[in-house]
Design a protein around this ligand. Structure first.
Ligand SMILES: Cc1cc2nc3c(=O)[nH]c(=O)nc-3n(C[C@H](O)[C@H](O)[C@H](O)COP(=O)(O)O)c2cc1C
Length: 482
């Protein structure tokens, strides 16, 4: 795992605990409009994949319990995890690529409405991603997976060598010699596992993304609307297809890559297709990167340009994140898949308690404030959500007072204590269980294992509000003080 150069340990602190009256006057607990929808407070739980869906992408009771639990804390909004827009096998990732997913999603919506007493607004994050394979065994790769080309024969100095013989020769080469024969992409496929890119124009399904994606996102959004969600969050962040279009690394020459305006084109066309399908009464926003945090990637200047364009296009909200890219991901073990949260950009996305001098908390504040200020300077009121290390009232309230953002997102802190906003609102902020930012949850996510919180696992089973389920996992049930 990549580590920042200077390792300093940071600890989340409760900070000032407001009284109930003070909390009632706080910006954090004031309402805000998101297009057609109003949040009762400016608290937001960003998308977190908990790996609780079925292998076919259906909502399970476990999924429902997970979201209902967050809803009992009555945040202003919850964004349901990244959910696949295609009807293709994607492991236990939730899917919305077909009508058959609607009934399960509707049950989820109903459970959240009930658990939050109708207070929490519910969005769903819509994702598209390209294909990625596990890191192969060297021998298997050279014997089977690698497509043998004339370039390999030339490099071996044997233009007429039969394929089987080429494979044998390549297998016998020491790594440094093999590196001279294989292309950069072939070497990457060998060392990290094969991964598609939006620039793979030789592949028809990738060349055609600008034609296929607007319809796929629009259909998925219509299903979310039918299921009863308040809106959708288009996933334009991290390592996935739409973020890859926005990236400076997108060099497509078909009008959808290169200059910023071109990289922005498909994300805008997707938005327009979605809006045309769902109308003005359904909230549509996106999550995008305030900085890719990789060498040669998009930076905050690009993000300011994109944010303003999204706001001008009419998006109802913008939520920022940072990093989370494959480009600097750690090499996986043989049989493992690369995970985009293991390098520097991954650290920026989900910073841990061990950090550089800037600390792990609020690393996206400056970039988000810059994006928001451009939007306000253009006379637009589009609300902006900022997340990253938020864990106490002081920090959240200051982000609002400083006009960094209009809504405060907290993912891991909300996992540590799904009632934390509510405890603060009730003047019981001293009882908040603070996230330790060890990334235990993220480690489970990386292995596609059911995500829980380390603090939940440590809870005393006899303590109020703690229960154990049939599968032996500790679960938080509604506390009796609500
Ligand atoms: C287990 C886990 C799963 C996540 N899944 C998603 C996701 O599906 N979509 C997304 O945009 N971000 C995802 N994130 C990132 C969070 O939304 C958030 O941006 C990040 O954790 C930083 O915020 P925090 O410091 O409040 O946790 C995930 C984070 C965790 C810990």
């Amino acid at each position: 795992m990549w580590r920042p150069p200077e390792r300093i340990q940071f600890e989340a602190k409760l900070g000032h605990v407001p009284s109930r009256e003070e909390a009632a006057r706080a910006r954090l607990f004031s309402p805000v409009a998101i297009g057609p929808v109003t949040l009762t407070q400016r608290t937001w739980i960003p998308a977190m994949v908990p790996w609780r869906a079925t292998e076919d992408g259906f909502v399970t009771d476990d999924v429902i319990e997970w979201y209902a639990r967050f809803a009992r804390g009555r945040p202003g909004a919850i964004v349901v995890e990244a959910t696949g827009i295609r009807d293709v096998p994607s492991g236990p990732l939730m899917r919305i690529g077909h009508e058959r997913y609607i009934p399960g999603l509707r049950k989820l919506v109903d459970a959240v409405r009930e658990a939050s007493h109708g207070e929490t607004r519910l969005f769903i994050q819509l994702i598209d991603f390209l294909s990625i394979r596990r890191r192969p065994d060297r021998a298997k790769y050279l014997e089977r997976f690698l497509t043998i080309t004339d370039a390999h024969r030339q490099a071996l100095g044997e233009p007429a060598l039969p394929e089987a013989e080429v494979r044998t020769r390549l297998t016998a080469l020491p790594p440094a010699e093999l590196a001279k024969v294989l292309t950069e992409r072939e070497l990457e496929a060998l060392d990290f596992g094969y991964r598609e890119r939006v620039t793979d124009m030789h592949l028809a399904h990738i060349r055609d993304l600008p034609q296929t994606l607007p319809g796929l996102f629009a259909d998925a959004s219509a299903r979310a609307q039918q299921a009863g969600f308040d809106g959708v969050e288009l996933h334009y962040a991290h390592a996935y297809t739409m973020a890859s279009f926005l990236s400076r690394k997108n060099t497509r020459t078909d009008g959808y890559g290169g200059a910023r305006e071109n990289r922005l084109r498909l994300p805008l066309e997707v938005y327009e297709a979605v809006r045309a399908r769902v109308g003005a009464d359904f909230a549509v926003g996106c999550r995008f990167l305030a900085d890719e945090c990789i060498d040669g990637g998009s930076d905050v200047d690009d993000a300011r340009f994109f944010g303003l364009a999204f706001a001008k296009a009419g998006m109802d909200f913008l939520s920022t994140s940072r990093g989370g890219k494959f480009d600097d991901a750690k090499q996986p073990g043989v049989g493992g898949a690369a995970y985009p949260y293991t390098g520097r950009s991954g650290y920026e996305c989900m910073p841990q308690y061990i950090s550089d001098a800037r600390g792990p908390f609020g690393r996206n504040i400056a970039a988000t404030a810059a994006i928001r200020s451009d939007i306000r300077a253009a006379g637009l009121g589009t609300p902006v959500v900022c997340a990253g290390g938020v864990h106490n009232f002081d920090m959240a309230e200051k982000m609002l007072a400083d006009e960094t953002c209009d809504i405060v997102g907290a993912a891991r802190q909300s996992l540590a204590d799904p009632d934390w906003f509510r405890k603060i609102a009730l003047g019981r902020g001293g009882e908040v269980r603070l996230c330790e930012f060890t990334n235990y949850c993220e480690g489970l996510d990386q292995k596609h294992k059911t995500v829980t919180c380390q603090l939940w696992d440590k809870l005393d089973l006899d303590a109020p509000g703690v229960a154990k389920t049939a599968d032996g996992k500790r679960r938080l049930t509604p506390p009796d003080w609500q």
